[in-house]
Design a protein around this ligand. Structure first.
Ligand code: AMP
Ligand code: MG
Length: 396
């Protein structure tokens, strides 16, 4: 049986960065950019008013109060062609082009209207309340770096410089299949011997949290024809995740069916707890994961094996789970032999991480999973750890 480290290494080696595609700018956050983007425009594209007020010539209103002739109103988006002269002003809205001749804007609050005239009550300095053409972005300013994650905070910038599409690295297409004769969708009636499908909603949510729009193939019973039909549907994807049916039971049919359908087994079983019977195989470019059915095994497999693959295919530089180091809150015993991922509450105090393992009932313990925010990671050769021992953890 291979080690955790070896399994992760093999899996990540099989994942290849996908090609680039054009993505609508509003969907581009979280993708890796496949191009450098330089602005072709300046921002603002013209001198504009920063406030709602009256465009004036500053030299005109040194002594206030002062009555001026109003020429009307400039709305944002309008192009006012005349020139402001001494003794004149024009009402202007925030974001509108500063008219020729004017060099400042008196705020509406600082003026009173008297018929056609406006009384300016507070004087302004030259260029007061004016945003200058190009003060934010110059032509040629780099607004996106190739091979970097597009942060949500850059979407406005990309749109501002006029991009409706961005070249990004495609994210993998992922299909999800849950198997098991006992599994029924939440919301349906539970009959004796049945349980609700928790892996489905869980894996679909995890995928969505990584920006993947998964294809859900539903639940297949542990029966050859039904499984084969469902598995055939999942194989033409970049990643195919199957839960259940990969262990040693009489009805764990998934690995044999996968092989019959041309999936090459790369390994079956990893020396970890929970989730030992993990199956990993490939068919052409599809990476196939058979994950043991317990929800905690699924959760763990996603964090340590599947997400790294998604990241690598999506062009991210990081390809592995990040391990932190903290102090164990209480002593911990385990049976040696497998690398153990223990559900834990991980918290930080004064710069030190504290790891508090949750002792549940095993890999089906979804309640313990809901309390946890990480896994404590204990090496296979360790059977006992003192309180305050240094331990590794993964946090989500
Ligand atoms: P298996 O890997 O098929 O042997 O399943 C291992 C355990 O996980 C069994 O107790 C199953 O009932 C349970 N299980 C399998 N699939 C699911 C699922 N989709 N949701 C919740 N529990 C599951
Ligand atoms: Mg099963």
């Amino acid at each position: 049986m291979i080690s955790f480290e070896k399994a992760l290494n093999i899996i990540v080696k099989h994942a290849k960065k996908l090609y680039s595609i054009k993505m609508p700018v509003e969907k581009s956050a979280g993708y890796i950019s496949a191009e450098d983007i330089y602005s072709k425009i300046v921002m603002p594209p013209f001198n504009k008013s920063a406030v709602d007020g009256y465009a004036v010539i500053a030299a005109d209103n040194k002594r206030v109060p002062l009555r001026m002739k109003s020429l009307g109103l400039i709305q944002a988006g309008e192009n006012f062609r005349s020139k402001i002269k001494y003794g004149e002003c024009i009402k202007i809205m925030t974001g509108a082009v500063l008219p020729k001749g004017a060099d400042s804007v008196v705020m509406v609050e600082d003026a009173d209207v008297h018929g056609e005239d406006v009384e300016i009550k507070t004087s302004v300095k030259k260029w007061q309340n004016v945003c200058f053409k190009g003060e934010d972005i110059q032509r040629g300013t780099k607004v996106l770096k190739k091979n970097s994650v597009i942060p949500i905070s850059s979407v406005a910038l990309l749109a501002t410089v006029g991009r409706s599409f961005v070249k990004v690295i495609k994210k993998p297409k992922v299909a999800v299949l849950n198997t098991g004769g006992e599994i029924v969708p939440p919301g349906e009636k539970l009959t004796k011997g049945r349980i609700y499908n928790s892996n489905g909603p869980q894996i679909l949510s995890l995928l969505k949290s990584d920006g993947i729009d998964p294809c859900f193939l539903g639940i297949a019973k542990d029966e050859s024809i039904e499984l084969e039909r469902a598995i055939k549907k999942g194989l033409p994807n970049d990643i195919f995740l199957i839960s259940g049916g990969v262990s040693m039971g009489d009805y764990d049919l998934v690995p044999d069916i996968l092989k019959r359908l041309g999936v090459k087994e790369i390994f079956h079983k990893v020396n970890i707890k929970p989730g030992r019977p993990l199956f990993f195989g490939t068919k052409a470019k599809t990476l196939v994961f058979g994950i043991p059915g317990n929800p905690v095994s699924n959760f763990l497999a996603y964090h340590v094996f599947i997400r790294p693959v998604i990241y690598k295919m999506s062009g991210y530089k990081y390809h592995g789970p990040v391990f932190g180091e903290g102090l164990l809150d209480k002593e911990f015993c385990q049976k040696k032999g497998r690398k153990h991922f223990v559900l834990a509450k991980v918290s930080e105090k004064d710069g030190i991480w504290h790891v508090n393992p949750i002792i549940g009932h095993g890999s089906a313990d979804v309640l313990a999973l809901s309390w946890a925010n990480g896994f404590m990671v204990v090496d296979k050769d360790i059977s006992y750890l003192n309180a305050k021992s240094r331990v590794e953890f993964i946090i989500w």
